[in-house]
Design a protein around this ligand. Structure first.
Ligand code: BES
Ligand code: ZN
Length: 475
């Protein structure tokens, strides 16, 4: 690989950080219609960066409209771009997302979430720094370095950047299937940098993700909100019913209570058990990432298996509930409980939905309430497993050794990137997850950060990976 490239990245890190600063300043929160314009602005920003770096062709695809509680709002574009078009070279498709999770200073951030700040520990703090603006810009930095040095990229690069990942990638699947024989026709492998190292010190390559099935459970009671002094004790209260049913979904020890769920989980073999023994992860890393010692499991192996090998059920919130500070003696007339299940091989999303709906309806029936309950699955993305012995993983492993002087761990993850499976199925190509940030980056949490060294070394890693791909023999 070109040493010039590595030197360039090292020398130009301040400019790369400026690029990240500009990106973080755009609050591209996909879940909030009030920020939809910002998501569009972020798409513009990326197109302009790619244009300035001479990308051969930049196109967008329109995923159409989103139905947001009955209101129709436009979905942000899928940005497609190509750098290099040499049939003698391999073509790598790079996917990333330019939307972010919501963030408010009041949530407990030490600084304004949409202003990139570097602290004394050289951590770049800001919403999206690690998830996923840093990694997306990492690829753009690689392109910049080559253009400035007058070097050709060792492979052809294709970009596919979306602005709805944090909200379930609405509209993207149809575009991927449509472009499989179009824009993506000549792709040899897909690389996604949208996850994190397991811990804080050792890089990894990730070959599996959990799926996620998201549920909304609506309990409707009286025709309007009521005064609890006048009506308390006289009507079936929706919130009471909702709590009763929600409390039956998962036990405090994390065990899912829905009958039949664990029957679908692929049994763990002894051989697979052994693969957990050599993974570099320690309990203090979990404690550091969580912020204290509220862990369920005390053994690393159990933690890792709970995170990526077994399903979990999390309760997320209740729409319509009173949540402001102070007292309000209201009886909400309608409440919507939200929860999701992270799924693993061989769970089938349709079967999960069927089991959950039956159980919830049965538990509600037991309450003898005159209220109504409706449950629906709002989004289901399947789990994903890849083959870590494929040439793209071998190339990535060599790139990690080159940049970090260590062999990466092969890991799976507990989070979900629905598009991973779509690329694998639609293009029939291997997908690699090549993370840039660390396990304690706080994606989706307050004070999200990307360490300066992860951004800089990570940019080198993405470039090094392309060189190793070019040198690899395709099977
Ligand atoms: N970057 C994450 C996915 C991720 C998280 C991978 C943790 C590995 C470890 C991504 O941005 C994300 O949060 N995805 C959502 C998808 C959902 C909305 C369908 C998730 O996992 O909740
Ligand atoms: Zn992400």
């Amino acid at each position: 690989m070109s040493d010039q490239f590595l030197e360039y990245v090292e020398k130009h890190q301040e400019a790369f950080i400026d690029r990240l600063r500009k990106a973080v300043a755009i609050p591209s929160v996909s879940s909030d219609p009030g920020h939809r314009q910002d998501v569009f602005r972020m798409a513009e920003f990326l197109q302009n960066e790619l244009k300035a770096l001479g990308a051969d062709n930049i196109e967008t695809r329109d995923p159409g409209m989103q139905d947001f509680n009955g209101q129709q709002i436009p979905l942000p574009p899928i940005v497609l771009a190509t750098v290099g078009n040499n049939p003698a070279k391999k073509t790598i498709l790079v996917y990333g997302h330019y939307d972010v999770q919501p963030a408010l200073k009041e949530d407990g951030w030490s600084t304004n979430p949409f202003e990139l700040v570097e602290d004394e520990q050289q951590r770049l703090i800001g919403r999206g720094s690690s998830d996923d603006k840093g990694p997306v810009l990492g690829w753009i930095n690689v392109v910049e370095a080559h253009k400035s040095l007058g070097l050709e990229l060792p492979v052809n690069l294709k970009f596919c950047l979306e602005g709805m990942e944090e909200s379930g990638s609405e509209g993207l699947d149809a575009i991927i299937y449509k472009e499989a024989k179009g824009y993506f026709a000549d792709v040899d492998a897909v690389c996604i940098s949208d996850n994190y190292w397991l811990g804080t010190t050792k890089p990894c390559l990730t070959y599996g993700l959990r799926g996620v099935s998201y549920f909304h459970m609506t309990v409707k009671g009286p025709a309007r909100d009521l005064h609890s002094g006048v009506f308390g004790g006289t009507v079936h209260e929706p919130m009471t019913d909702l709590f009763a049913v929600m409390s039956k979904l998962v036990a405090p020890n994390g065990k899912i209570q829905v009958p039949g769920i664990y029957d679908m989980v692929r049994p763990l073999t002894e051989e697979e058990q052994r693969t957990y023994d050599n993974i570099a992860f320690e309990m203090h890393e979990l404690h550091g990432a969580v912020g204290n010692t509220t862990n369920i499991h005390d053994e690393v192996r159990d933690v890792l298996q709970a995170r990526w090998r077994f399903p979990s059920l999390s309760l997320h919130g209740i729409e319509g509930a009173f949540y402001n500070p102070g007292d309000k003696t209201v009886v909400p007339a309608k409440v919507i409980g939200k929860f999701s299940i992270r799924t693993v091989p061989d769970m089938k999303p349709e079967k999960v939905t069927e089991l959950v709906c039956k159980y919830v309806n049965d538990e509600f029936a037991k309450l003898g309430s005159k209220n109504s309950l409706e449950i629906k699955c709002s989004h289901a993305g399947n789990h994903w497993l890849s083959s870590p012995d494929h040439w793209t993983y071998v190339a990535a492993s060599k790139a990690v050794e080159r940049v970090y002087n260590v062999k990466p761990d092969l890991t799976r993850e507990g989070g979900s990137i629905p598009v991973t499976l779509s690329f694998q199925d639609a293009l029939n190509k291997t997908v690699l997850l090549l993370p840039m940030g660390r396990g304690d980056d706080g994606a989706h949490s307050i004070n999200e950060k990307l360490d300066r060294s992860n951004y800089v070394q990570g940019t080198k890693l993405l470039g090094a990976y392309l060189y190793e791909v070019a040198a690899a023999k395709a099977e």
